[in-house]
Design a binder for this molecule. Sequence first.
Ligand code: F6P
Length: 366
Amino acid sequence: MEKTKKVLILTGGGDCPGLNAVIRGVAKRARKEKNWEVYGSIEAFNGVLNEPQEIIKLTSKRTAGIHIRGGTILKTTNKGNPIQFPQKQADGTIKFIDRSDELVKKLNDLHFDAIINIGGDGSQKISKTLFDKGVPIIGVPKTIDNDLSATDLTFGFQTAVQIATDSFDKLVTTAESHHRVMIMEVMGRDAGWIALHTAIAGGAEICLIPEIPYDIEKLVKRIELRYKKGRGFVNIVIAEGAKPKDGTITASAGEKESEHVRLGGVAFQLSKQLKDAGVKAEIRETVLGHVQRGGSPVAFDRVLASLFGVKAFELALEGKFGHMVALKNNSIVSVTLKEATKDYNFVKKDSYLVQAAKGLGISFGD
Ligand code: F6P
């Protein structure tokens, strides 16, 4: 009889529609091999580090039908980086400590034959560190931001764009009725993919993204032109990380243990800048926030996530550890974690996407 093998799945960082479809994809494919058992760690690596540990067996009952559900049945956290683990000190301050060796020991003691880490940029950097320390790990890229360069697309992105576009469409009709300037803020800390796709899909007049700092005077001119010669209302999409040419962005401090500063509020900042620069029309602001990450994944994301899940398990079968699954030229492939974590996927100013958006009359304020 063949030896029983065990695969551990975990989801880390911000959640994203499609995570459950990956989990189900791994589990279904693994069940076709009679000697594999599938487990999940609760809240990323915290399930392994915590005492008592929180590791659950992913039976077919637990994974049945979950591909259509948003969120993650395994829960997630952005306060569980084992390399920089936030630890509360007696005086209430937070100290970041490296618990990676402790984690590796615990994983070895649990005798997993493969670990599948579903996460974004930060999670895949953790995967690489663990792989370098001998852990048999495979990465699956996830993020609504689409900011991983080693894959053509991440799952969750299309869902976020669809949610943002549906919201944008609703703002267009009310902007038109009131002759208003509507500013809609979407997610995108460092990369403007969601904003750019939403602007094209929704037909925005202005699209502001982190990669292209904007000149407020140019925006004022674009708005004035639209009121004089156009349809008398303006719809703007702005990514949460977009900034003016001479200035910074608003960011609330966020929680101390969190991996990132929390953004949000640039729509209000832009609104004030436009008013200060002389825009007379009424302006309203909408911050979409976490709505973009919630709910059921669209069909495209369910398919991509399912394929990623199946492929991740097949890499485990082949013993191809230290790799991340990726979508490249319409094929599901694998890239090394080194390659996967090398570059960030910024929107390129000279890309055809930006040029085409300009061709459609969208201003970036540059
Ligand atoms: O990386 C995904 C993302 O949704 C970003 O677009 C956003 O800035 C961030 O996560 C929000 O994080 P949190 O859920 O911790 O507020």
